[in-house]
Design a protein around this ligand. Structure first.
Ligand SMILES: [Zn+2]
Length: 59
């Protein structure tokens, strides 16, 4: 199954079923939840630079 890693929390996301995605600088990023999508949109460079921070949140 096609997988991507959520750049915010590090979770694996099934890209075929992903409901939350966002294009940034020509690349598609997938997210496990709206929470992560929102966090990424607010500060994309932070997450791309530091990688997933594994902050606790609900799924
Ligand atoms: Zn996530």
């Amino acid at each position: 199954m096609p997988e991507a890693v959520d750049p915010v929390c590090g979770m694996k996301v099934d890209t075929a079923k992903a409901r939350y995605k966002h294009v940034y600088k020509g690349k598609i990023y997938y997210f496990c939840s709206e929470h992560c999508l929102k966090a990424f949109k607010e500060n994309p460079d932070y997450y791309l630079e530091h990688g997933p921070v594994g902050m606790p949140h609900e799924h």
